[in-house]
Write a protein of this length. Structure first.
Length: 429
Protein backbone atom coordinates (compact mmCIF):
# COMPACT_ATOMS: atom_id res chain seq x y z
CA UNK A 1 0.00 0.00 0.00
CA UNK A 2 1.19 3.51 -0.83
CA UNK A 3 0.76 4.81 2.74
CA UNK A 4 2.92 2.05 4.30
CA UNK A 5 6.26 3.66 5.16
CA UNK A 6 7.85 0.80 7.13
CA UNK A 7 7.32 -2.95 6.98
CA UNK A 8 8.94 -5.65 9.09
CA UNK A 9 8.76 -9.15 7.60
CA UNK A 10 9.69 -12.24 9.66
CA UNK A 11 12.33 -10.39 11.68
CA UNK A 12 14.39 -12.62 13.98
CA UNK A 13 17.65 -11.97 15.79
CA UNK A 14 19.80 -14.67 17.34
CA UNK A 15 22.78 -14.16 19.66
CA UNK A 16 25.34 -16.53 21.14
CA UNK A 17 25.54 -15.88 24.87
CA UNK A 18 28.79 -14.53 26.25
CA UNK A 19 30.66 -14.51 22.93
CA UNK A 20 30.99 -12.61 19.68
CA UNK A 21 30.03 -14.64 16.61
CA UNK A 22 29.67 -18.38 17.00
CA UNK A 23 32.59 -18.62 19.39
CA UNK A 24 34.23 -21.68 17.82
CA UNK A 25 36.05 -22.40 14.55
CA UNK A 26 34.05 -25.61 14.13
CA UNK A 27 30.75 -23.66 14.23
CA UNK A 28 32.11 -21.07 11.77
CA UNK A 29 33.23 -23.82 9.36
CA UNK A 30 29.92 -25.62 9.74
CA UNK A 31 28.00 -22.45 8.88
CA UNK A 32 30.30 -21.73 5.92
CA UNK A 33 29.89 -25.29 4.59
CA UNK A 34 26.08 -25.06 4.79
CA UNK A 35 26.13 -21.65 3.13
CA UNK A 36 28.16 -22.67 0.04
CA UNK A 37 25.88 -25.68 -0.40
CA UNK A 38 22.84 -23.37 -0.33
CA UNK A 39 21.48 -24.86 2.87
CA UNK A 40 19.97 -23.17 5.94
CA UNK A 41 22.23 -22.10 8.82
CA UNK A 42 22.18 -25.16 11.16
CA UNK A 43 22.28 -22.95 14.26
CA UNK A 44 19.00 -21.23 13.42
CA UNK A 45 17.21 -24.44 14.37
CA UNK A 46 18.39 -24.25 17.96
CA UNK A 47 18.22 -21.63 20.66
CA UNK A 48 16.24 -20.72 23.76
CA UNK A 49 13.45 -18.18 24.06
CA UNK A 50 14.65 -14.79 25.31
CA UNK A 51 13.63 -15.09 28.97
CA UNK A 52 16.22 -13.22 31.05
CA UNK A 53 14.89 -14.61 34.37
CA UNK A 54 15.66 -18.26 33.65
CA UNK A 55 18.81 -20.23 32.88
CA UNK A 56 18.62 -21.87 29.46
CA UNK A 57 20.06 -25.07 28.09
CA UNK A 58 21.45 -23.61 24.84
CA UNK A 59 24.30 -21.19 24.16
CA UNK A 60 22.07 -19.52 21.55
CA UNK A 61 19.17 -17.23 22.36
CA UNK A 62 16.51 -15.62 20.18
CA UNK A 63 16.35 -11.93 21.11
CA UNK A 64 13.55 -11.59 18.52
CA UNK A 65 11.56 -14.26 16.74
CA UNK A 66 9.22 -13.92 13.73
CA UNK A 67 8.23 -10.27 14.16
CA UNK A 68 5.80 -8.92 11.54
CA UNK A 69 4.11 -5.51 11.45
CA UNK A 70 3.49 -2.47 9.24
CA UNK A 71 3.59 1.25 10.02
CA UNK A 72 1.67 3.85 8.04
CA UNK A 73 2.92 7.32 7.22
CA UNK A 74 2.08 9.81 10.00
CA UNK A 75 1.43 7.05 12.53
CA UNK A 76 2.91 6.99 16.05
CA UNK A 77 3.60 3.37 16.94
CA UNK A 78 4.27 2.56 20.60
CA UNK A 79 6.47 -0.43 21.39
CA UNK A 80 6.12 -1.69 24.96
CA UNK A 81 7.25 -4.70 26.96
CA UNK A 82 9.28 -5.68 30.00
CA UNK A 83 13.03 -5.16 30.24
CA UNK A 84 14.73 -7.72 27.99
CA UNK A 85 11.63 -8.26 25.84
CA UNK A 86 13.53 -7.26 22.67
CA UNK A 87 12.38 -3.65 22.21
CA UNK A 88 15.83 -2.08 21.85
CA UNK A 89 17.03 -4.92 19.61
CA UNK A 90 14.06 -4.30 17.31
CA UNK A 91 14.77 -0.57 17.16
CA UNK A 92 18.45 -1.21 16.36
CA UNK A 93 17.40 -3.44 13.47
CA UNK A 94 14.87 -0.84 12.25
CA UNK A 95 17.59 1.83 12.49
CA UNK A 96 20.08 -0.44 10.67
CA UNK A 97 22.49 -0.35 13.60
CA UNK A 98 22.49 -4.14 13.48
CA UNK A 99 21.18 -6.61 10.94
CA UNK A 100 18.49 -9.26 11.52
CA UNK A 101 19.41 -12.95 11.52
CA UNK A 102 16.37 -13.64 9.33
CA UNK A 103 13.78 -11.45 7.63
CA UNK A 104 14.00 -7.93 6.23
CA UNK A 105 12.95 -4.34 6.87
CA UNK A 106 11.43 -2.29 4.06
CA UNK A 107 11.32 1.49 4.50
CA UNK A 108 10.67 4.61 2.49
CA UNK A 109 12.63 7.71 3.51
CA UNK A 110 15.28 8.65 6.03
CA UNK A 111 15.36 7.24 9.56
CA UNK A 112 16.65 9.27 12.54
CA UNK A 113 17.34 7.27 15.69
CA UNK A 114 17.64 8.24 19.33
CA UNK A 115 18.43 4.91 20.95
CA UNK A 116 20.60 5.89 23.91
CA UNK A 117 22.18 8.97 25.46
CA UNK A 118 24.55 10.58 22.97
CA UNK A 119 23.68 8.37 19.99
CA UNK A 120 25.76 9.53 17.01
CA UNK A 121 27.56 12.27 18.97
CA UNK A 122 31.33 12.71 19.05
CA UNK A 123 32.46 13.70 22.54
CA UNK A 124 35.36 15.89 21.41
CA UNK A 125 33.19 17.95 19.04
CA UNK A 126 31.03 20.85 20.19
CA UNK A 127 27.26 20.73 20.26
CA UNK A 128 27.11 22.91 17.13
CA UNK A 129 29.54 20.67 15.25
CA UNK A 130 27.57 17.59 16.23
CA UNK A 131 24.40 19.12 14.80
CA UNK A 132 26.13 19.44 11.41
CA UNK A 133 27.61 15.95 11.76
CA UNK A 134 24.20 14.36 12.47
CA UNK A 135 22.61 16.31 9.64
CA UNK A 136 25.27 15.09 7.21
CA UNK A 137 24.70 11.48 8.36
CA UNK A 138 21.00 11.96 7.58
CA UNK A 139 21.93 13.11 4.08
CA UNK A 140 21.20 16.82 4.49
CA UNK A 141 23.24 19.60 2.97
CA UNK A 142 25.08 22.17 5.06
CA UNK A 143 22.66 24.84 3.84
CA UNK A 144 19.62 22.80 4.98
CA UNK A 145 21.14 22.25 8.41
CA UNK A 146 22.09 25.92 8.79
CA UNK A 147 18.49 26.97 8.10
CA UNK A 148 17.29 24.94 11.10
CA UNK A 149 20.18 25.24 13.54
CA UNK A 150 18.74 28.20 15.46
CA UNK A 151 15.46 26.33 16.06
CA UNK A 152 17.39 23.21 17.16
CA UNK A 153 19.52 25.16 19.66
CA UNK A 154 16.50 27.05 21.02
CA UNK A 155 14.44 23.88 21.51
CA UNK A 156 17.30 22.04 23.23
CA UNK A 157 17.80 24.79 25.82
CA UNK A 158 21.58 24.32 25.56
CA UNK A 159 22.43 27.63 23.89
CA UNK A 160 24.99 28.65 26.51
CA UNK A 161 26.97 25.43 25.99
CA UNK A 162 26.45 24.93 22.27
CA UNK A 163 30.11 25.67 21.47
CA UNK A 164 31.40 23.41 24.28
CA UNK A 165 32.49 19.79 23.60
CA UNK A 166 29.58 17.46 24.35
CA UNK A 167 31.79 15.26 26.58
CA UNK A 168 31.25 17.99 29.20
CA UNK A 169 27.45 17.84 28.90
CA UNK A 170 25.31 16.13 31.49
CA UNK A 171 23.22 13.16 30.30
CA UNK A 172 20.12 15.36 30.37
CA UNK A 173 21.74 18.07 28.22
CA UNK A 174 22.98 15.44 25.77
CA UNK A 175 19.49 13.99 25.38
CA UNK A 176 18.01 17.46 24.93
CA UNK A 177 20.37 18.25 22.07
CA UNK A 178 20.14 14.79 20.51
CA UNK A 179 16.34 14.88 20.48
CA UNK A 180 16.29 18.40 19.02
CA UNK A 181 18.62 17.33 16.21
CA UNK A 182 16.60 14.19 15.43
CA UNK A 183 13.26 16.05 15.48
CA UNK A 184 14.18 19.20 13.55
CA UNK A 185 16.24 17.65 10.76
CA UNK A 186 13.01 16.24 9.33
CA UNK A 187 13.53 12.49 8.88
CA UNK A 188 10.55 10.61 7.48
CA UNK A 189 10.80 8.12 10.39
CA UNK A 190 11.85 9.09 13.92
CA UNK A 191 12.88 6.19 16.20
CA UNK A 192 13.02 6.95 19.94
CA UNK A 193 13.96 4.59 22.75
CA UNK A 194 13.48 5.18 26.51
CA UNK A 195 16.09 7.99 26.50
CA UNK A 196 13.50 10.71 27.23
CA UNK A 197 13.28 9.35 30.80
CA UNK A 198 16.71 10.97 31.35
CA UNK A 199 15.31 14.46 30.72
CA UNK A 200 13.47 16.55 33.29
CA UNK A 201 9.66 16.87 33.41
CA UNK A 202 9.63 20.16 31.48
CA UNK A 203 11.69 18.72 28.62
CA UNK A 204 9.67 15.49 28.48
CA UNK A 205 6.52 17.58 28.06
CA UNK A 206 8.18 19.59 25.26
CA UNK A 207 9.45 16.44 23.56
CA UNK A 208 6.04 14.73 23.60
CA UNK A 209 4.44 17.91 22.23
CA UNK A 210 7.02 18.03 19.46
CA UNK A 211 6.44 14.38 18.55
CA UNK A 212 2.70 15.07 18.34
CA UNK A 213 3.42 18.00 15.99
CA UNK A 214 5.73 15.81 13.90
CA UNK A 215 3.13 13.09 13.39
CA UNK A 216 -0.11 15.09 13.19
CA UNK A 217 1.09 18.36 11.71
CA UNK A 218 3.94 17.24 9.48
CA UNK A 219 2.76 13.71 8.64
CA UNK A 220 5.97 12.00 9.70
CA UNK A 221 6.20 8.63 11.41
CA UNK A 222 7.36 8.03 15.00
CA UNK A 223 8.34 4.73 16.65
CA UNK A 224 8.28 5.26 20.41
CA UNK A 225 9.54 2.91 23.13
CA UNK A 226 8.72 3.82 26.73
CA UNK A 227 7.83 2.34 30.11
CA UNK A 228 5.78 5.49 30.82
CA UNK A 229 2.27 4.26 29.99
CA UNK A 230 0.77 7.74 30.36
CA UNK A 231 3.12 9.07 27.65
CA UNK A 232 2.36 6.08 25.41
CA UNK A 233 -1.38 6.64 25.87
CA UNK A 234 -1.15 10.36 25.08
CA UNK A 235 1.16 10.05 22.10
CA UNK A 236 0.60 6.76 20.28
CA UNK A 237 -2.11 5.86 17.80
CA UNK A 238 -1.33 2.12 17.94
CA UNK A 239 0.93 -0.15 19.98
CA UNK A 240 2.68 -3.49 19.80
CA UNK A 241 3.70 -5.56 22.83
CA UNK A 242 6.84 -7.70 22.90
CA UNK A 243 7.33 -10.54 25.35
CA UNK A 244 10.46 -12.73 25.41
CA UNK A 245 11.30 -11.68 21.85
CA UNK A 246 7.86 -12.39 20.40
CA UNK A 247 5.08 -10.03 19.31
CA UNK A 248 2.06 -10.90 21.47
CA UNK A 249 -0.25 -7.94 20.72
CA UNK A 250 -0.81 -5.35 18.00
CA UNK A 251 -3.65 -2.86 17.96
CA UNK A 252 -5.64 -0.40 20.13
CA UNK A 253 -3.58 1.61 22.64
CA UNK A 254 -5.94 1.37 25.63
CA UNK A 255 -6.62 -2.33 25.17
CA UNK A 256 -2.91 -3.07 24.72
CA UNK A 257 -1.81 -1.08 27.79
CA UNK A 258 -4.48 -2.77 29.89
CA UNK A 259 -3.28 -6.19 28.66
CA UNK A 260 0.35 -5.31 29.40
CA UNK A 261 -0.32 -3.90 32.88
CA UNK A 262 -2.64 -6.74 33.84
CA UNK A 263 -0.03 -9.45 33.20
CA UNK A 264 0.69 -11.56 36.29
CA UNK A 265 -1.57 -9.45 38.50
CA UNK A 266 -3.25 -12.23 40.46
CA UNK A 267 -4.49 -11.33 43.95
CA UNK A 268 -6.07 -13.50 46.64
CA UNK A 269 -7.94 -10.59 48.26
CA UNK A 270 -6.12 -10.83 51.60
CA UNK A 271 -2.64 -10.34 53.06
CA UNK A 272 -1.11 -11.42 56.36
CA UNK A 273 1.69 -9.06 57.39
CA UNK A 274 4.66 -10.56 59.16
CA UNK A 275 6.47 -7.80 61.02
CA UNK A 276 9.95 -8.53 62.34
CA UNK A 277 11.33 -6.57 65.32
CA UNK A 278 8.92 -3.69 64.80
CA UNK A 279 9.73 -1.14 67.51
CA UNK A 280 6.89 1.26 66.65
CA UNK A 281 3.72 1.56 68.73
CA UNK A 282 1.59 -0.33 66.21
CA UNK A 283 1.70 -2.21 62.91
CA UNK A 284 -0.62 -3.81 60.38
CA UNK A 285 -1.33 -7.50 60.97
CA UNK A 286 -3.95 -8.43 58.35
CA UNK A 287 -5.79 -6.94 55.37
CA UNK A 288 -8.68 -8.23 53.29
CA UNK A 289 -11.16 -7.10 50.63
CA UNK A 290 -14.76 -8.33 50.72
CA UNK A 291 -17.91 -7.93 48.63
CA UNK A 292 -21.50 -7.24 49.77
CA UNK A 293 -21.88 -10.89 50.86
CA UNK A 294 -18.80 -10.69 53.07
CA UNK A 295 -16.83 -12.96 50.73
CA UNK A 296 -13.09 -12.32 50.39
CA UNK A 297 -12.38 -11.54 46.74
CA UNK A 298 -10.35 -9.26 44.47
CA UNK A 299 -12.84 -9.04 41.58
CA UNK A 300 -15.69 -6.53 41.49
CA UNK A 301 -18.13 -4.83 39.15
CA UNK A 302 -17.96 -1.04 38.76
CA UNK A 303 -20.17 0.64 41.37
CA UNK A 304 -20.42 -2.49 43.53
CA UNK A 305 -19.72 -1.75 47.23
CA UNK A 306 -16.20 -2.84 48.22
CA UNK A 307 -15.14 -3.27 51.85
CA UNK A 308 -11.49 -2.84 52.76
CA UNK A 309 -10.75 -4.35 56.19
CA UNK A 310 -7.47 -3.68 58.02
CA UNK A 311 -6.40 -5.22 61.34
CA UNK A 312 -3.90 -3.29 63.48
CA UNK A 313 -1.73 -4.77 66.22
CA UNK A 314 -1.08 -2.24 69.02
CA UNK A 315 1.98 -2.53 71.26
CA UNK A 316 1.97 0.86 72.98
CA UNK A 317 -0.65 3.60 73.40
CA UNK A 318 -1.46 5.57 70.22
CA UNK A 319 -2.59 9.02 71.32
CA UNK A 320 -3.77 10.42 67.98
CA UNK A 321 -4.19 7.54 65.49
CA UNK A 322 -4.53 8.44 61.80
CA UNK A 323 -5.37 5.78 59.20
CA UNK A 324 -5.33 6.27 55.41
CA UNK A 325 -6.15 4.08 52.41
CA UNK A 326 -5.32 5.02 48.84
CA UNK A 327 -6.41 3.52 45.51
CA UNK A 328 -4.16 4.11 42.50
CA UNK A 329 -4.07 2.73 38.98
CA UNK A 330 -1.18 0.86 37.36
CA UNK A 331 0.06 4.12 35.79
CA UNK A 332 0.76 5.32 39.37
CA UNK A 333 -2.07 7.85 39.19
CA UNK A 334 -3.76 8.29 42.58
CA UNK A 335 -7.52 7.83 42.16
CA UNK A 336 -8.84 8.37 45.68
CA UNK A 337 -7.52 8.62 49.25
CA UNK A 338 -9.52 8.18 52.44
CA UNK A 339 -7.86 9.65 55.54
CA UNK A 340 -9.44 9.47 59.02
CA UNK A 341 -8.39 12.99 60.08
CA UNK A 342 -10.00 14.57 56.99
CA UNK A 343 -13.40 14.24 58.68
CA UNK A 344 -14.75 16.77 61.18
CA UNK A 345 -15.92 13.84 63.27
CA UNK A 346 -12.98 11.48 63.05
CA UNK A 347 -14.02 7.82 62.62
CA UNK A 348 -10.94 6.60 64.51
CA UNK A 349 -11.13 7.27 68.30
CA UNK A 350 -8.18 8.80 70.16
CA UNK A 351 -6.02 7.00 72.73
CA UNK A 352 -5.98 3.51 71.17
CA UNK A 353 -4.26 1.00 73.45
CA UNK A 354 -5.78 -2.27 72.19
CA UNK A 355 -5.68 -4.05 68.83
CA UNK A 356 -8.35 -2.68 66.49
CA UNK A 357 -9.90 -3.13 63.05
CA UNK A 358 -10.68 -0.44 60.46
CA UNK A 359 -13.23 -1.04 57.69
CA UNK A 360 -13.93 1.29 54.77
CA UNK A 361 -16.85 0.50 52.45
CA UNK A 362 -17.22 2.38 49.16
CA UNK A 363 -20.42 4.16 48.15
CA UNK A 364 -21.11 4.52 44.39
CA UNK A 365 -17.45 4.41 43.38
CA UNK A 366 -17.59 3.91 39.60
CA UNK A 367 -14.07 2.84 38.69
CA UNK A 368 -13.45 1.92 35.06
CA UNK A 369 -12.40 -1.63 34.24
CA UNK A 370 -8.80 -2.50 35.06
CA UNK A 371 -6.39 -3.40 37.88
CA UNK A 372 -5.98 -1.07 40.87
CA UNK A 373 -3.36 -0.87 43.63
CA UNK A 374 -4.05 -0.42 47.34
CA UNK A 375 -1.79 1.44 49.79
CA UNK A 376 -2.40 1.91 53.53
CA UNK A 377 -0.74 3.97 56.22
CA UNK A 378 -0.93 4.43 60.00
CA UNK A 379 0.40 7.35 62.05
CA UNK A 380 0.31 8.78 65.55
CA UNK A 381 -0.29 12.42 64.72
CA UNK A 382 2.53 13.18 62.27
CA UNK A 383 4.73 10.24 63.28
CA UNK A 384 4.43 7.38 60.76
CA UNK A 385 3.99 4.04 62.52
CA UNK A 386 3.52 1.69 59.56
CA UNK A 387 2.82 1.79 55.82
CA UNK A 388 2.31 -0.69 53.02
CA UNK A 389 2.62 0.80 49.52
CA UNK A 390 0.84 -0.87 46.59
CA UNK A 391 0.91 -4.17 48.47
CA UNK A 392 -2.38 -5.53 47.13
CA UNK A 393 -4.47 -5.31 43.96
CA UNK A 394 -8.09 -5.68 42.96
CA UNK A 395 -9.80 -5.83 39.58
CA UNK A 396 -12.85 -4.01 38.24
CA UNK A 397 -14.80 -5.58 35.39
CA UNK A 398 -16.91 -3.69 32.82
CA UNK A 399 -20.44 -3.40 34.17
CA UNK A 400 -23.72 -1.48 34.07
CA UNK A 401 -24.12 0.90 37.05
CA UNK A 402 -27.89 0.47 36.65
CA UNK A 403 -30.52 -0.25 34.00
CA UNK A 404 -30.26 3.28 32.58
CA UNK A 405 -26.71 2.84 31.26
CA UNK A 406 -24.76 0.71 28.82
CA UNK A 407 -21.76 -1.21 30.14
CA UNK A 408 -19.06 1.22 31.19
CA UNK A 409 -15.54 0.49 29.89
CA UNK A 410 -12.30 2.40 29.39
CA UNK A 411 -12.69 2.01 25.66
CA UNK A 412 -15.87 4.11 25.83
CA UNK A 413 -14.36 6.62 28.27
CA UNK A 414 -10.98 7.44 26.75
CA UNK A 415 -8.58 9.39 29.01
CA UNK A 416 -10.91 9.14 32.02
CA UNK A 417 -10.18 7.65 35.43
CA UNK A 418 -13.58 7.42 37.11
CA UNK A 419 -17.08 7.09 35.67
CA UNK A 420 -19.59 9.42 37.30
CA UNK A 421 -23.36 8.99 36.97
CA UNK A 422 -24.98 12.43 36.90
CA UNK A 423 -28.45 13.93 36.52
CA UNK A 424 -28.93 15.48 33.07
CA UNK A 425 -31.47 18.08 32.04
CA UNK A 426 -32.01 19.44 28.53
CA UNK A 427 -34.08 22.56 27.95
CA UNK A 428 -35.18 23.81 24.55
CA UNK A 429 -34.94 27.57 24.16
Amino acid sequence: MSDIILKAENISKQYRLGLVGTGTISHDLNRWWHKIRGKEDPYLKIGDVNDRSTKGTSDYVWALQDINFEVKQGEVLGIIGKNGAGKSTLLKILSKVTSPTTGEIKTRGRIASLLEVGTGFHGEMTGRENIYLNGAILGMTKKEIASKIDAIIDFSGCERYIDTPVKRYSSGMTVRLAFAVAAFLEPEILVIDEVLAVGDAEFQKKAIGKMQDISKGEGRTVLFVSHNMAAVQDLCSRIIILESGKLIFEGNVNIGISKYLNQNNVSKGFVDFKKVNNIKSASFSHFEITNQKGEITSKFKSGEPITFKTMVSVKHLIRNPVFSLRISDLNNVNIITWRSNDFKKEPLPKMQKNNFEVTITTKTLYLLNGIYNISIGLADGKEVLDSEIKFEKFEIFPSKPNDEFHSITKEKSTNSLIYSAAIWNVYEK
